[in-house]
Design a protein. Structure first.
Length: 257
């Protein structure tokens, strides 16, 4: 996760559990084997690290958020979790695979993250990830920019996300020595829980950098205006459906680079 967003682990687990649930699909691409050592980058509250462990592998989860790691340790005390920044993460251990779900788009220096992943992998090891790609939450971003501009805030300056194209991200991996074996950009319209209130919970969970120094009543007013602008596009039959676009990628660190 990111240092730019103050994570609330209880809100994340209670209202945004779809992140881990939908992330289970990427586990098929990972195909963890018993005994493999797997690094989970941006592990959040640890749900997918636990799924990796259920497959018989040996996961280690890292996340920049102390609150997320604290929650992961409470939920899964039998698994190792550490507070760490993937931009400069270094370890003496060598992993068979590095895995990441819904985290890399919070890391705005992707070349540093790619280097960390490369160094963590053994020769022949694999990297498997899913995260926001080009066009992710485009309607939300347009509404944020319009609403915040009206009150004198430049949303672009506060943008916490990195949403690359398939071409730019696979090229970055190749520049670091990886062999890319799979890459896909796809739409994933994602329904939010809690009906009318779903968009406010989503903005609270994922958009805090845009609302820095705002009082609660100011945020509530901004949320209402954002909801008004998004309603024609993202509110369907009583449910908010966020316009997600995701990248899935798999790559190998060659045995003989």
């Amino acid at each position: 996760m990111s240092d730019k967003n103050p994570w609330n682990s209880q809100l994340y687990d209670r209202k945004m559990s779809f992140v881990s649930i939908l992330g289970k699909g990427i586990l098929d691409l990972l195909d963890a084997k018993p005994g493999e050592r797997i690094l989970d980058v941006g592990c959040g509250t640890g749900d997918l690290s636990q799924e990796i462990a259920i497959a018989g592998a040996l996961p280690m989860g890292i996340d920049f958020s102390e609150e997320m790691i604290s929650a992961a340790r409470q939920k899964y005390p039998h698994l190792p979790f550490s507070v760490a920044d993937a931009h400069d993460f270094r370890t003496s251990e060598s992993f068979d695979a590095v895995f990441s779900n819904a985290a890399l788009h919070w890391m705005k220096q992707p070349e540093k993250v790619a280097e960390s992943i490369w160094l963590a992998l053994r020769p022949g090891g694999r990297f498997v990830a899913e995260f926001g790609g080009a066009g992710n939450v485009a309607q939300v971003i347009m509404a944020l920019k319009r609403v915040l501009a009206a009150i004198g805030v430049d949303a672009e300056e506060r943008m916490p996300w990195y949403f690359p194209s398939i071409g730019s991200y696979t090229a970055l991996l190749e520049q670091h020595g990886f062999t890319v074996t799979f890459a896909q950009l796809f739409d994933r319209p994602t329904p939010l829980p809690d009906g009318e209130g779903g968009i406010a919970h989503w903005l609270n969970a994922f958009c805090a950098p845009f609302f820095v120094s705002m009082q609660d009543h100011e945020k509530a007013e901004v949320y209402r205006e954002i909801a008004t602008q998004l309603r024609p596009y993202l509110y369907q039959n009583g449910t908010w459906v966020i316009d997600y676009k995701r990248i899935r990628v798999a790559a190998i660190k060659p045995a003989n680079p």
